[in-house]
Design a binder for this molecule. Structure first.
Ligand code: PMV
Length: 366
């Protein structure tokens, strides 16, 4: 597969196109176990990454379209029913990037109505789930314009949705399927690709089934460093090459760990990945500290709890201060008690979200 394989082969028969319609999809957020940080070309990753797709944190998008004369891309975007022009520049760039692969884009006017299951001001990035949901709507629309009457999307269509979503936000490539998705070519993972995410193809031990993720909201403000700036800081970063090697090495090591259910080794890699991601930001030019005092309090308490109870609960972080607490389903009761009593006081307004690994995007309508 290369980029050209995503350009539709058969020209669309546009006289048959519906003059208007709507398509709706829900796409999940995801949490990386092996982090993507650093890119090249058009949203291509410098290393392979692996994530759990989330079950509860998602974006729901309805894409309404009406036929127009071919011209510039034309759309309005609404978040929770309110027109949100601040989202438009990112979508404009996205539409321009994907136009070669979605040639009907300029022949319709679009209204994009989007809702997140998590509060917008939670500090949880909505770009992965948002781009995932929009990409799913577009491939479903393409399938309809090509005359297909089925609402089921083919494997090729899911691959294309991931490919398109990636062009909007790299990590969105991992927001189409679940529960474990690899993005980025890796020698140990068959069929892995830099162009799109693929479902992790090997045996996964029951220890990792329905893995739990409690998202502790430490900082609910605007991101201190945008992803675009953050990825950019890896260019010329003194530790970049070692970091890309480390991430690929971690992913290779996770294959036997996921198979055997070795939670201790899993924890060691996942936490190292989170801290290495932040280490890159601590050592870039300019440099950033994205953790906050409460992030460190939470990490320390997780370590004490793990040491004292032997429960293999661990943390991971995105490019911000919030903490994802990861734990096996069979430890749910005790870990959730621990979170409520010991970690909640460090969350902004005591807020956290109990989530778990999920299965991927779903059609909402028609
Ligand atoms: O998809 P982006 O460009 O917002 O990058 C996200 C990067 C991290 O969330 C920090 C790590 C990851 O792999 O998801």
């Amino acid at each position: 597969m290369n980029e050209a394989s995503f350009i539709p082969k058969t020209p669309y028969e546009d006289s048959y196109w519906p003059s208007h319609g709507s398509i709706g999809f829900q796409a999940p957020s995801n949490i990386a176990l092996v982090k993507y940080w650093g890119k090249h070309g058009l949203q291509l990753p410098m290393n392979a990454s692996l994530s759990f797709t989330l079950g509860r944190c998602h974006t729901q998008t309805v894409l309404s379209f009406s036929k127009k004369e071919k011209g510039a891309v034309d759309f309005d975007v609404f978040l929770n029913g309110t027109k949100t022009p601040s989202f438009a520049p990112k979508i404009q760039v996205f539409f321009e990037r994907i136009e070669p692969y979605v040639p009907f884009l300029k022949s319709f006017r679009f209204v994009i109505e989007t809702h997140n299951s998590f509060p917008h001001s939670s500090g949880i990035a909505s770009s992965a789930s948002g781009m995932g949901a929009l990409a799913m709507c577009l491939v479903a629309m393409e399938q309809r314009l090509q005359g297909s009457t089925t609402t089921k999307l083919s494997i090729e269509a899911l691959q294309k949705a991931s490919f398109l979503a990636r062009l909007g936000s790299g990590s969105a490539a991992r927001s189409i399927e679940g529960p474990l998705v690899v993005w980025g070519k890796h020698a140990a993972i068959e069929k892995s690709s830099d162009l799109y995410g693929t479902v992790y193809p090997y045996e996964v031990h029951p220890n990792f089934e329905n893995y739990q993720d409690a998202i502790l909201l430490v900082d609910t403000g605007v991101k201190q460093v945008s992803s675009t700036v953050g990825h950019g800081l890896m260019q010329g970063h003194p530790y970049a090459d070692q970091r890309f090697r480390q991430a690929n090495d971690h992913l290779g090591k996770l294959v036997p760990i996921l198979r055997s259910g070795d939670l201790e080794s899993f924890v060691a890699i996942v936490e190292s990945e989170a801290l290495s991601l932040h280490a890159m930001m601590l050592t870039s030019q300019p440099y950033f500290v994205l953790m906050q005092p409460n992030t460190l309090e939470i990490i320390n308490r997780i370590w004490v709890y793990r040491r004292e109870t032997g429960v293999q609960v661990c943390f991971t972080l995105d490019a911000g201060a919030n903490v994802h607490v990861l734990y096996p389903e069979n430890e749910k009761e005790s870990v959730q008690k621990f979170i409520a009593s010991e970690l909640e006081p460090f969350c902004k307004e005591g807020k956290y979200i109990l989530d778990h690994a999920g299965l991927g995007a779903q059609r909402l309508l028609p």
